[in-house]
Ligand binder design. Structure first.
Ligand code: RAM
Length: 330
């Protein structure tokens, strides 16, 4: 090739390189309590929808295999090394993750929590699925509605450090004496959002409290395990299982009568909204400050409270009249 030709080719190549648009992709890590949980798979569906809608966004769906803070810390450290733009986390502990998340923020990574929060010093915004007091009251009411005479109930929770379940249980306990005086909460146990541990804990409750009338599981993993135990032990009609459940996983237990009703919000919308918020904060389109309004696409908008948290809509109740319809969605 002549020198002139060579120069021409080099110039042409250079112009192609210059003309190629810069790919300003925003990498958002959706860190969940643990993988293999249908609730988080549904949230990821919404997260991916938001990414496709916004464009130039990659959502990295990740989480430990068991619901522990240690597992999430390792993941956060790896995401810092990967230089993601944002981390949106549902935390297994409000405090244990703070140092790792602070490090991420110091490196310029936007950090929000959603579903299960981290303490304010470890994140900018926190997105609650619904009002915490309302969820607390709802889970007790779901049991009380079917216990006109009152009686013994027990709570089967997720992990003992889960921010969201602990806040809901605290809120539930606060309304018990005044609004549900004949409901006697005998125990709270922890199944760690693990099917086997939740099954063991449900069996333990039934063995320890022979007069148990309801098991309240404010976790989609625990509620399935408890209903399966009640079914397997022939206790349908004697113990009502209730709490927070994914209609797609739980319909069979409304159908067989081991549960009268459960509640939940839309997990797809929750994941979708978390990505919208993380994206806007990471790109500077929104600022995390009290009173700020942040758009969450087709879901609407949220306004940040003084602690930079926001809450989405009220939970829905699912029973025999409507669970079929919702079970095809999430
Ligand atoms: C489980 C998780 C999640 C919670 C739902 C209701 O899937 O613990 O954090 O929000 O239940």
């Amino acid at each position: 090739m002549s020198l002139l030709k060579k120069l021409a080719v080099t110039a042409a190549l250079a112009s192609v390189l210059i003309a190629a648009p810069a790919v300003a992709q925003t990498k958002i890590a959706l860190v969940v309590k643990s993988l293999g949980n249908g609730f988080f798979d549904a949230a990821n569906k919404g997260a991916q929808e938001a990414a496709a809608e916004i464009g130039d966004v990659e959502v990295i769906y990740t989480g430990p295999t068991t619901a522990t803070a240690e597992g999430q810390i390792e993941i956060v450290n790896a995401l810092i090394a990967q230089n993601v733009n944002a981390i949106a986390i549902s935390a297994n502990d409000p405090d244990a993750l703070v140092p790792a998340l602070k490090r991420a923020m110091e490196r310029g990574i936007t950090v929000i929590s959603w579903d299960s929060g981290v303490a304010p010093e470890g994140r900018s915004v926190h997105l609650n699925p619904s009002d915490t007091d309302l969820i607390g009251e709802t889970i007790i009411k779901l049991a009380a509605d079917y216990l006109p005479e009152g009686g013994d109930v027990a709570i089967l929770s997720a992990s003992s450090t889960a921010t969201n379940q602990n806040a809901w249980i605290e809120a539930a306990k606060a309304v018990l004496p005044e609004k549900f005086a004949n409901i006697n909460l005998v125990a709270t146990v922890y199944g760690d959002d693990d099917s086997v541990k939740s099954t063991n804990e449900a069996n333990g409750l039934i063995d320890t409290y022979p007069d148990l009338k309801a098991i309240i599981a404010p976790t989609t993993v625990g509620v399935v395990a408890a209903a399966q135990v009640v079914t397997d032990r022939g206790l349908i009609g004697q113990i009502n299982v209730t709490g927070l459940a994914l209609p797609s996983e739980f319909k069979q237990f409304i159908d067989n009568g081991s549960s009268q009703a459960v509640a939940l919000w839309n997990p797809i919308d929750l994941g979708y909204s978390a990505v919208y918020i993380a994206h806007q904060l990471a790109t500077g389109a929104a600022t995390a400050e009290p009173g700020a309004t942040i758009s969450i696409g087709k879901v609407g908008e949220i306004t940040l409270a003084d602690d930079l948290s926001a809450a989405m809509a009220a939970p829905f109740t699912f029973d025999a009249s409507n669970i079929e319809e919702f079970s095809t969605i999430y």
